[in-house]
Design a protein around this ligand. Structure first.
Ligand SMILES: [Zn+2]
Length: 654
């Protein structure tokens, strides 16, 4: 393994707009909070993902030297599909893609020759499996030969290609090994020969978005504009008439109406993307589509896409987002329902959907620093996404409810194992979400103990953040250019922070005057040893939901800084619904270094409706007596890491 950074992340032909690009993973070393998370992924999760894929028989499917395993996971007849169309086994290639990607980022953190050897072997199998014409799908080559490109609507064919492409780019960047990148470039060439606006090519796109953002990554890594154009084509073509999924269904002799999810809103192809104004359908698909749109908007300076994205962002964040940054309340469509429908106990809030929101938000930042996006990225990162991974990196949530009666726990694996490698790759690449680099500006989106290295205006610069964030809001930044260099440093001032102070070399900066879109901008000639101090008051807050959210009215959620809190049975006893927190109760934050890897807890004096003197009545004219109780809350992401029990985010107020 080499830590070098081969020609990547830059390199597509000149685009019109100034863009803020994320720093590549190896250029940011994270310590502290995120360091612990990345260590857990590198030490445990990455290897576990490989082992579980093997146990699920995924290796047999991709190895041309072994007999095909056949259909291991039955088709979803029971899920309501009227024909034997879909099984999660169809997208095993995507699980490999994300597993390869997680392993790649983990190798930056921790050498692991054993895992690297195993991943090399997987890549060799894909190399051997690839057809002469470049096509590569373990499902359509090994299990259902002859059916390729016949059902883009349901069968995840291009989605699988996308994840393998992302894995290929990451593995190349981490190890310098080109094999999978070359394999996937050949496949992408084949896809570009098959799909596009030219006569004779298919006018389709994938029912599960992913290929779009993956092609952007491939274009950036290889410098080949062809992949960028194809990504743009898939975005532009989505939802156009005549509708591809109708025509495709008829071509395979099926009735287009025979679609389990009834509406193309399910896969966001109900309208051309620029006309979409509501976040609808399957949540992960939506997030991946908007991520791809944001990439294309950034690369092409396409304001028509930007405007649509801003509308969609407004819709999501004002009507359909859980306070944890979770999204997609319904199990039925794994996605969105009606405005303000945010049930807590039955919240689906798939880990992948929150991870997808992080992807989308981070790509909106490509168009310039804006705390509107970065604050939400932080919310999803610290709450609804990493809740999906146990603190030790070994167990996974698929659903992330905000309330549990004690029966919801992380599992080892899943019939649809999309979430484990998704949270794995996101955590292992967290450093790349910290910064955005433009020609003469660096934006600091996230705070945390870390060191970044980058080049700006021809100068090498290091930037060291010293901080105990998110437990403490004091951030000291030391800027170290090899020689004096002028650029603008944009520092996010989160909306949750009520009091902030900024000093440059000890001199107070007028924060209000310096701040645009939630980022303070400091433009100066930076010299070795320059110090920036940002003090963000780690405000504790009571949060209330819009009264249209029926499930949360009369309830309160607790937050401190970017963290949303919850109460667990193990700290508070059972019957959490009987607890009430008075509005005037004083909240106390306490550092607990020995609890859950070192956290800050919140506590307050509340009350609990007692049942002891209630008797055997179900109803009675007298209300229950209330007894005083200490309410102790922990960060939501850390729940279900101790004794199993109840959990609750939205506490009754009173
Ligand atoms: Zn998932």
């Amino acid at each position: 393994m080499t830590a070098s950074q081969p020609a990547a992340q830059t390199g597509t032909s000149a685009r019109p707009k100034l863009a803020f690009r994320p720093l590549p993973v190896p250029q940011v070393d994270v310590r502290g909070f995120w360091g612990d998370r990345v260590d857990a992924v590198a030490a445990k999760t990455a290897g576990i993902l490989y082992d579980r894929c093997v146990e699920a028989r995924m290796l047999e499917q991709i190895d041309p030297d072994r007999p095909s395993p056949g259909v291991v996971i039955p088709f979803h007849v029971s899920d309501g599909f009227t024909s034997r169309t879909v099984t999660t086994q169809m997208f095993w290639d995507s699980d490999w893609g994300k597993t390869i990607e997680t392993a790649a980022y983990s190798l930056y953190r921790r050498r692991n020759p054993d895992l690297e050897k195993k991943i090399d072997a997987v890549i060799d199998m894909y190399g051997k499996l690839q057809q002469e014409d470049g096509y590569l799908s373990s499902w359509y080559q090994r299990i259902q030969p002859g059916l390729r490109w016949t059902n883009l609507r349901d069968c995840h064919e291009l989605y699988c290609a996308g994840h393998l492409i992302e894995g290929a780019v990451a593995y190349f960047q981490a190890t310098g090994k080109r094999k999978l990148l070359d394999v996937m470039s050949r496949y992408a060439d084949h896809i570009a020969d098959t799909f596009g606006p030219e006569p004779g090519k298919r006018k389709g796109y994938c029912g599960h978005e992913e290929i779009e953002l993956a092609l952007v990554r491939l274009a950036r890594a290889t410098g080949k504009d062809r992949y960028m154009k194809l990504a743009k084509y898939f975005i532009d073509q989505r939802g156009q008439q005549p509708h591809y999924f109708d025509e495709e269904a008829m071509a395979r002799g099926a009735d287009p109406k025979d679609f389990h999810f009834k509406t193309y809103e399910y896969n966001q192809s109900h309208r051309p993307v620029r006309e979409q104004d509501k976040v609808v359908g399957h949540a992960v698909r939506a997030m991946y589509l908007y991520s791809g749109m944001a990439d294309i908007a950034t690369e092409y300076g396409d304001d028509t896409l930007k405007v649509a994205l801003e509308r969609l962002w407004d819709d999501l964040t004002t009507k359909s987002l859980y306070v944890t940054g979770g999204l997609g309340p319904s199990k039925d469509n794994e996605g969105f329902t009606n405005d303000y429908d945010l049930p807590n106990e039955t919240a689906y809030a798939e880990t992948c959907a929150s991870v997808g929101l992080v992807f989308w938000a981070s790509r909106m930042l490509g168009m310039g620093p804006n705390a509107r996006y970065a604050d939400m990225m932080e919310r999803a990162l610290y709450n609804g996404s990493i809740s999906g991974l146990s603190l030790d990196g070994s167990l996974f949530f698929y659903e992330n409810p905000l309330e549990s009666r004690g029966g919801h726990h992380r599992w080892k694996w899943h019939r649809c194992p999309c979430c484990p490698p998704n949270i794995g790759r996101m955590v292992a690449s967290i450093g790349s979400y910290f910064y955005g680099l433009a020609d003469d500006a660096l934006a600091v989106h996230l705070y945390g103990d870390s060191t970044a290295r980058f080049e700006i205006a021809g100068r090498q610069v290091s930037l060291v953040q010293t901080s105990n964030y998110p437990w403490d809001g004091a951030v000291a930044i030391e800027v170290g250019p090899e020689a004096p260099v002028t650029f603008t440093l944009h520092l996010r001032v989160p909306a949750w922070c009520r009091k902030a102070a900024l000093r440059v070399n000890g001199k107070l900066v007028d924060l209000e005057a310096a701040t645009v879109d939630g980022y303070a901008a400091i433009r100066r000639e930076w010299r070795q040893g320059d110090k920036v101090e940002l003090d963000l008051e780690m405000s504790m807050a009571r949060l209330f939901a819009n009264p249209n959210v029926r499930q949360d009215i009369g309830r309160v959620a607790l937050a401190r800084g970017p963290l949303i809190y919850c109460v667990e049975e193990t700290d508070n006893g059972g019957g959490l619904h009987r607890i009430a927190l008075p509005r005037e109760a004083r909240l106390e934050a306490r550092k607990e270094p020995n609890l859950l890897g070192g956290i800050v807890t919140l506590s307050a004096i509340g009350s609990r409706a007692e049942t002891e003197n209630w008797g055997h009545n179900l109803y009675r004219p007298e209300p229950p007596a209330a007894e005083e109780t200490t309410v102790r809350a922990i960060p939501y992401f850390a729940w279900d890491n101790r004794d199993p029990g109840e959990m609750l985010v939205w506490l009754r107020e009173g």
